[in-house]
Design a protein around this ligand. Structure first.
Ligand SMILES: *[C@@H]1O[C@H](CO)[C@@H](O)[C@H](O)[C@H]1NC(C)=O
Ligand SMILES: *[C@@H]1O[C@H](CO)[C@@H](O)[C@H](O)[C@H]1NC(C)=O
Ligand SMILES: *[C@@H]1O[C@H](CO)[C@@H](O)[C@H](O)[C@H]1NC(C)=O
Length: 930
């Protein structure tokens, strides 16, 4: 989605690209000189010319010669014995008994053995002779115990450091709004050394990230690649990986090739939105910018041609312009262009520009329609761009509407390089490996899925001579995992950057044995084919609804230890579950009964989604597709005609069905949703519970419960003050509300409906616990409070438990977005416990929520991940399911549970093996085949 500013608020982000150098050798040949001859003294080139040789002729010729050098490492790079990033004092380390995914051989090579690292460099891999090891004094030995080891994770697209967490007005340097074309800006200049994300992302295995300016502008500026570890110098510059020599005026040997530079481009909605412009304006801005750069380049080339020919008279000075030099370098093929670009119309525009101005694009980012136009990508100048994607984050705006979870595999099938990226903190890059896992789940091969966050991004940014693979001579950036890295919930046991271990006293969770292997993911060939056939909008409705009895066979049954059972379903109800001999008789009675083979899969309770506007929107950034925002009585007067400040809005009145996010949720076994009216202030209104698979509101069972709970939010908005919001709540609990609002609070005071409060800060929660106590003693009743968001709730777990308050963690995997949510409990490997286990230990009823509608489909994995992460703090399969079903429903005021069941083929509902293929609904008396 990329951070660009909405008018008057914040900005969205992201994009990238790249260049290879083809023009420069051509230039040299045209002048009839070899590089060698250029190295001679200028006087040799002059011949009988009457031109007076200037004193600085050598400097001029060197400068001209430099223009022709392709970017990349010097030829002797791999003869280095010490990394330029080595921190003196770092001991040599030997990691033994590792299962090493090296990243070589297209990601197919796995070596069992050891890795020796020293001086910031990988010194040896495999069976290492002990005589050789003896040369390393003070060797630290780490037994990996057979664990999977990969190169450090590389994020091609991040705003870490320039859009720091917690988000404060003083630390957002991601977008300049000073023009559409700003190639002279550098993300380096806004790169904060204090971002809580650095440590958190390292804890997810990230070692190197490409820090891009945002996507508000067509050309937002230059990107810089950094390593995430703290440095002894504590400076911004010390974080950089191979920055261009020019950044600090260092003069280098002119025979050295320049280092790769990185540049952000963006097309489509973001620049249009930022400048109230159109796509036509943006593409013209590119052409104008490149036209300027091309002119300078041509002047430079003409100048150098004269200099090489010894035509010194009237040569003048070298044509250059500080504002445009980076764009000139793009035209010289020495910059990796990272291009935020989504739709076919925009991709086409950029491909035309690359051919008009003759430069390649390293990668299209976000690029949600690239899988529909692989042949267009192949027409780009130089080489087809790589494509950097989110796994399942799509549909959030028009240009993302046709995004597909099958894009990675489809692009790979077309020979396009695929990268998974975070756009941090659009997604929390700590979990970038989960993007690769999901890409693999939806069909990208395991070798390419791992490559998509290691070797492929390294190659696309021109850093694959030192990062992204485990090879002798490469940077010692290494992750030791607690399971196979593509298994759900995989977490690092240890992370090395430049040979330095990054996790102090890591907590390692014991993962199940099967998690040590690549997950056996379902087959989605049919769905992937339909995505392309339907131009990105394949039908998502169930393909049939059965009212007749259905017999599910080969259902894995826990009770019968590994044996397969059958389930007979009549009228959407499981009437018999057990062995064939038990249920078969009844099944036979139904002639021609439909039989569905689950191939050892399961039947599980369906899940419920909460926390996003699912059911109230189709496209997040398109207001015409949404229910919209309610009036905020604290900011303006609510018109009397709608009830004034006594009005209460009911989400049920705004429900809309058949959104693609809702149908995708349904297909993933998330059959119910709870939503509340959208607000940007204290009041939201009354929530509602609905079925995600319903066609319209009047269809059978579409609305599960009209009114669930009253929703408010405290502390998320700065006006009016938190204390004013508390005062208001106290007054309302005390019977101070009028009209419908007064009635709603009466029900809350009588404990009839819950008050659901979005709150992150532990300080505010503490005040709310007091307030509840006050209100209960006055009302002589038990009130139902639920905290949602609740990032800091673990700090008050005991008090929350004692107060009988429930908690819906949203998001379930915490991130310190704001000051009021910054004190998170990160969980393994940083801490043993996380918020879920801490709250459960204090008998708090816990649910899990989501932030945006697209992620409703992923709740099954969120729940499974909780169970895996808890490890020894055992969270059972039933408890994990309850987090996103019965607990959640109770906490949000549902008086009866979502009774749907999900039939999952091939594996378990909460894992990467299972595929939901049918929804069994007692409420609607049907079985929907997905
Ligand atoms: C490697 O670790 C595994 C798991 O602990 C163990 O079974 C195996 O014997 C070890 N192999 C070597 C060579 O140490
Ligand atoms: C300039 O940057 C280079 C590359 O990071 C570094 O090696 C050098 O020490 C820097 N020089 C100064 C004066 O900071
Ligand atoms: C949680 O509940 C159990 C069972 O009711 C009780 O034994 C235990 O003491 C409670 N724990 C806390 C921390 O309140």
């Amino acid at each position: 989605m990329d951070k660009i500013p909405k008018p008057n608020t914040t900005v969205a982000r992201g994009s990238r690209g790249g260049l290879r150098t083809r023009l420069l050798p051509v230039l040299l040949l045209a002048f009839g000189f070899s590089v060698l001859s250029l190295g001679l003294n200028a006087r040799h080139l002059i011949g009988a010319s009457p031109h007076a040789v200037p004193r600085d002729a050598d400097r001029i010729l060197n400068q001209c010669r430099q223009l022709a050098l392709p970017a990349g490492p010097p030829d002797n790079f791999h003869r280095r014995t010490v990394s330029d990033r080595f921190e003196p004092g770092t001991p040599p380390t030997l990691i033994t008994n590792a299962t090493i995914w090296t990243g070589r051989v297209s990601g197919h090579e796995v070596i069992k053995g050891s890795i020796l690292i020293d001086k910031g460099i990988i010194q040896a891999i495999g069976d290492i002779e002990s005589a050789y090891l003896n040369e390393f004094s003070g060797l630290v030995t780490v037994d990996a115990g057979g664990a999977w080891v990969t190169p450090g994770i590389v994020d091609l697209h991040s705003h870490i450091g320039v859009w720091s967490a917690p988000e404060l007005s003083g630390a957002d340097d991601s977008n300049s709004l000073k023009g559409l074309v700003l190639p002279w800006l550098r993300s380096l200049d806004g790169l904060n050394t204090h971002d809580d994300s650095y440590q958190l992302s390292i804890a997810g295995g990230l070692t190197t990230v490409n820090v891009l300016p945002g996507s508000a502008d067509a050309i937002g500026g230059q990107a810089f690649t950094i390593k995430l570890r703290p440095t002894s110098e504590r400076s911004t510059s010390a974080m950089l990986l191979e920055p261009p020599y020019t950044i600090n005026g260092t003069h280098v040997d002119p025979s050295l090739p320049p280092r790769w530079r990185q540049m952000k481009h963006a097309c489509g909605e973001n620049p249009s939105r930022t400048y109230s412009g159109t796509r036509m304006d943006t593409i013209w801005a590119f052409r104008q910018g490149y036209g300027t750069a091309r002119k300078i380049k041509e002047e430079q080339d003409a100048y150098c041609e004269k200099a090489f020919a010894g035509e010194w008279n009237d040569l003048g000075s070298f044509p250059e312009n500080l504002q445009w030099e980076a764009l000139v370098d793009v035209l010289r093929g020495r910059v990796k262009v990272h291009n935020h670009c989504y739709e076919a119309v925009d991709l086409d525009g950029m491909v035309r520009i690359t051919n008009e101005f003759k430069f390649p694009i390293a990668a299209f980012h976000h690029a949600h329609e690239t899988y529909l136009v692989p042949d267009l990508l192949k027409k780009a100048y130089g080489h087809p761009p790589g494509v950097a994607l989110f796994a399942t984050n799509a549909r959030y705006k028009r240009e993302a509407y046709r995004g597909s979870e099958f894009a990675p595999r489809i692009l790979a099938d077309n020979g396009i390089q695929v990268v998974m990226k975070s756009d941090h903190f659009v997604l929390n890059s700590r979990h970038l490996i989960n993007e690769a896992q999901q890409a693999h789940f939806y069909g990208l091969s395991s070798n390419l899925a791992l490559a998509s966050v290691t070797s492929t991004p390294a190659a696309i940014m021109g850093m694959d001579h030192r990062i992204g693979s485990i090879r002798k001579g490469y940077d010692a950036d290494i992750v030791i995992w607690d399971s196979h890295p593509l298994a759900l919930g995989a977490a690092p046991q240890q992370v090395y950057i430049d040979g330095i271990s990054q996790l102090k006293n890591p907590h390692v969770t014991t993962k199940p044995t099967h998690a040590q292997k690549v997950p056996q993911t379902p087959n989605f060939d049919r769905e992937a084919g339909l995505a392309v056939e339907y131009d990105g909008l394949p039908p998502l409705e169930p393909h049939s609804s059965l009212d007749d009895p259905v017999l599910f066979i080969n259902v894995y049954s826990l009770k019968e230890t590994g044996s397969m059972g059958v389930a007979l379903v009549k009228g959407g109800r499981v009437v018999c579950f057990g062995s064939y001999s038990v249920c078969g008789k009844e099944a036979k009675a139904s002639r021609g009964i439909k039989t569905i083979d689950l191939h050892g899969g399961t039947i599980a309770p369906a899940l419920t989604s909460f926390g996003s506007p699912l059911g109230l929107e189709d496209i997040q950034l398109e207001s015409s597709t949404k229910d919209g925002q309610i009036f905020d009585p604290l900011e303006s007067n609510v018109p009397e005609i709608v009830g004034g400040d006594g009005s209460v809005i009911r989400a049920v009145d705004g429900l809309q069905f058949s959104s693609r996010d809702a149908l995708l949720a349904y297909r993933s076994g998330v059959t119910a949703g709870v939503s509340f009216p959208t607000s940007s202030g204290f009041f939201s209104g009354l929530g509602t519970a609905f079925m995600t698979g319903a066609f319209h509101k009047l269809s059978t069972g579409a609305v599960l419960q009209d009114v669930t709970a009253l929703h408010i939010s405290i502390g998320a908005f700065t006006r009016p003050s938190v204390s004013t919001q508390i005062a208001l709540l106290r007054r309302l609990l005390d019977g101070g509300g009028k009209g419908d609002l007064g009635l709603a609070f009466k029900k809350i005071s009588e404990g009839e409906i819950p008050l659901v409060i979005a709150v992150d800060s532990a300080d505010i929660m503490a005040t709310l616990i007091q307030l509840k106590r006050e209100a209960e003693s006055k009302a002589q009743a038990h009130l139902k409070f639920t905290f949602t968001g609740a990032a800091e709730s673990h700090l008050l777990a005991k008090e929350i438990g004692n107060a009988g308050i429930g908690v819906v963690l949203r998001p379930v995997r915490p991130f310190p977005y704001t000051w009021k949510s910054r004190r998170i409990l990160p969980g393994p490997p940083m801490t043993k416990e996380n918020a879920v286990t801490t709250l459960m230990r204090h008998n708090v009823t816990v649910g899990i929520g989501i932030e945006e509608s697209w992620s409703a489909r992923n709740i099954r994995f969120d729940a499974g991940w909780v169970a895996l992460e808890a490890g020894e703090d055992h969270v059972s399969y039933e408890q994990a399911l309850a987090l996103a079903s019965s607990n959640l429903e109770k906490l949000l005021g549902l008086t009866k549970e979502n009774s749907d069941l999900v039939a999952v083929a091939h594996g378990d509902f909460l894992s990467f093996e299972g595929k939901p293929i049918a929804i069994i609904s007692e409420a609607r008396n049907t079985v929907d085949l997905l």
